[in-house]
Design a protein around this ligand. Structure first.
Ligand SMILES: [Fe+2]
Ligand SMILES: [Fe+2]
Length: 244
């Protein structure tokens, strides 16, 4: 068996042990599997997952942003330390929230175009300037700004190589953002986007309870269950294997 076949067999065994079949979204497997092939055949007679996936911690009935942090997002050290640095640098509090959530798409949803995804997810719940800043931090990260001492990240040289050229849409969005009234808000996320963080420094999520309380409009019904234009995105993070 190839490595992929072994992985698929192990996964099949795990899903056989569940009451319900897991049929993954095309985006889960695209690349590892040619999406033109469609999903692998369903086990006959077995019902499919239509909500909570028992392999994941269950979300409360009315999930808050904090619940998503603790039950669905990956290690938040980078985000917490960025938010703390922003606070220390005296950044406007609503932008401290932007720093706290700027990479949550990477932490819990989709990596590619993470700034755009997170901005959209948060738009109904934060000040327009906050979601704007989250959206454009992604493009601005690729471009230095000496006026605030921001250099092209060393990490990017390592990750993408020294001959990497950002995609034309990133360059276009950077040019647009550079001349926008909120340019500095998005730039603040980059300035405080901390990669060389100290593994011994532990920042607790609870330190930001008040910041979240003041700048994130938590829906009473819970994220995913309000009628906002992006609640489906929160539901997908909550129930990533829901069949329909
Ligand atoms: Fe980012
Ligand atoms: Fe970041």
């Amino acid at each position: 068996m190839t490595m992929l076949e072994r992985a698929e067999a192990a996964e099949q065994k795990m899903s056989d042990e569940l009451d319900r079949a897991v049929v993954k979204s095309a985006i889960y497997t695209s690349g590892e599997r040619d999406p033109r092939l469609g999903a692998p055949p369903r086990t006959p007679g077995k019902k499919v997952m239509m909500g909570h996936d028992p392999r994941l911690p269950r979300m409360p009935e009315k999930p808050t942003l904090m619940d998503f942090f603790t039950l669905r997002f990956g290690p938040a050290n980078h985000l917490l330390q960025s938010a703390r640095l922003a606070q220390k640098n005296g950044v406007d509090e609503k932008l401290v929230l932007a720093c706290l959530v700027h990479d949550v798409a990477i932490a819990g949803f989709i990596r590619g175009d993470h700034g755009y995804w997170a901005a959209q997810m948060f738009a109904p719940y934060v000040d327009e300037e906050v979601s704007w800043a989250i959206r454009y931090h992604q493009a601005l990260r690729f471009f230095a700004d000496d006026s605030v001492g921001y250099q092209y990240p060393k990490l990017y040289l390592e990750l993408f190589g020294d001959d990497y050229v950002p995609d034309p849409y990133i360059q276009r969005d950077y040019q647009m953002a550079r001349n926008h009234k909120w340019y500095m808000s998005a730039r603040q996320i980059c300035v405080n986007d901390l990669y060389a963080f100290d593994p011994d420094v532990k920042v607790e999520l609870e330190e930001f309870t008040d910041v979240v309380g003041r700048h994130f409009k938590q829906p009473a019904e819970g994220l995913g269950f309000d009628a906002s234009p992006t609640s489906h995105m929160w539901r997908t993070i909550m129930w990533p294997t829901k069949y329909l």
